[in-house]
Design a protein around this ligand. Structure first.
Ligand code: ATP
Length: 309
């Protein structure tokens, strides 16, 4: 599923409006477009203005084309009010990333409807749908170009002032300014290698620049150093303010702070509630919390088992 997160991340950040991207990215877009069966309707429905960020899944059933014997999501219904933060949790393969893939319309479900601001995304122009989202992947990809351009991938028509503002809000400006050529320094494989926390801050700056109505966040599993973690959390708080956020949660602070936690197992929603509610109502959540979030609530044997392995 890391691969999935990678492809969604790259796709959502470079797809569509980012056609002018050069070299490898151009090629990547071609590959991704070839792989997508998504059709633009002949008369796409406009999404309502202003965007509110309401997200709905109505009895969605979906199989990946290469795995028709296995429902990635099954009769999946979820209604997310504008501005709320919803954490998706569940074991590996449960269907969490698939929720993102369907929202970004990289696939269409066989049954049911995925809706943004009351419009079935199938009836809208995929480009218009994707413009309303920003995705922050687990392990953000940097391109072999300058800091300026790496952030501008979020919104190719943004001017330098807007890029700098986003970088400052995401605490990326402070390290970019210290590089030999500042924001003009080349990043990525052949340029300056950034730490995980720094790459996340670039990714958050891209997302801020997009000013999305819905933020899709695939939280990093690997721990950052305390200072990086603090800066990333502060940038995230800015990014989440006033918008709908769906987060594939790997951090205790995230589930504790979420308005709603949705527990997914084998493509289905098996429980919803707050962290405290779910600890007592959902055995699956309680186990996940112990394993993933290190919540100690009398199930120490789970933690011990993990430490022993
Ligand atoms: P993880 O926590 O490991 O990232 P997840 O909850 O995000 O898992 P998904 O990636 O949504 O789970 O996967 C749901 C199901 O769909 C799994 O059975 C997975 O193997 C399958 N799947 C995911 N992506 C694809 C794909 N591109 N092609 C075929 N099957 C896929």
């Amino acid at each position: 599923a890391t691969l999935v997160a990678f492809s969604v991340g790259v796709m959502s950040e470079v797809y569509g409006e980012l056609q002018r991207a050069a070299g490898a990215t151009e090629r990547l877009i071609e590959i991704l477009e070839c792989q997508s069966d998504i059709q633009t309707p002949p008369h796409p429905l406009p999404l309502p203005e202003p965007a509110s960020g309401r997200v709905q899944f109505d009895q969605v059933t979906f199989h990946y084309p290469s795995r028709l014997d296995h429902a990635a999501l099954s009769n999946f219904s979820l209604n997310i009010e504008p501005g709320k933060t919803v954490a998706l949790v569940g074991p590996s393969g449960a269907g969490k990333s698939t929720v993102f893939q369907l929202l970004l319309r990289f696939y269409d479900p066989e049954h049911g409807a995925v809706m943004l601001d009351g419009v079935n995304v199938r009836d809208a122009d995929p480009k218009a749908v994707r413009e309303r989202f920003a995705l922050v992947p687990q392990d953000p990809v940097l391109f072999g170009t300058s800091g300026w351009e790496n952030i501008r991938y979020g919104k190719p028509d943004a001017d330098d002032d807007a890029v700098r503002q986003a970088a400052e809000a995401a605490a990326a400006a402070e390290f970019l300014d210290k590089l030999p050529d500042g924001f003009a320094t080349f990043l990525g494989e052949k340029g300056v290698r950034l730490s995980g926390g720094q790459r996340q801050r670039i990714s958050l700056a891209r997302a801020l620049l997009r000013n999305p109505s819905v933020l899709l966040l695939d939280e990093a599993t690997s721990a950052l150093d305390a200072e990086s973690e603090r800066l990333v959390q502060a940038a995230l708080a800015k990014l989440k303010a006033g918008r709908t956020t769906l987060v594939i949660a790997h951090r205790l602070a995230t589930v504790v702070g979420a308005d709603l936690i949705v527990v997914i197992d084998q493509g289905q929603i098996v429980a919803t509630g707050t962290h405290t509610e779910l600890l007592s109502s959902s055995p699956l959540y309680a186990n996940l919390a112990a394993l993933q979030f290190d919540v100690d609530f009398g199930r120490k044997e789970k933690l011990d088992a993990r430490q022993a392995s």
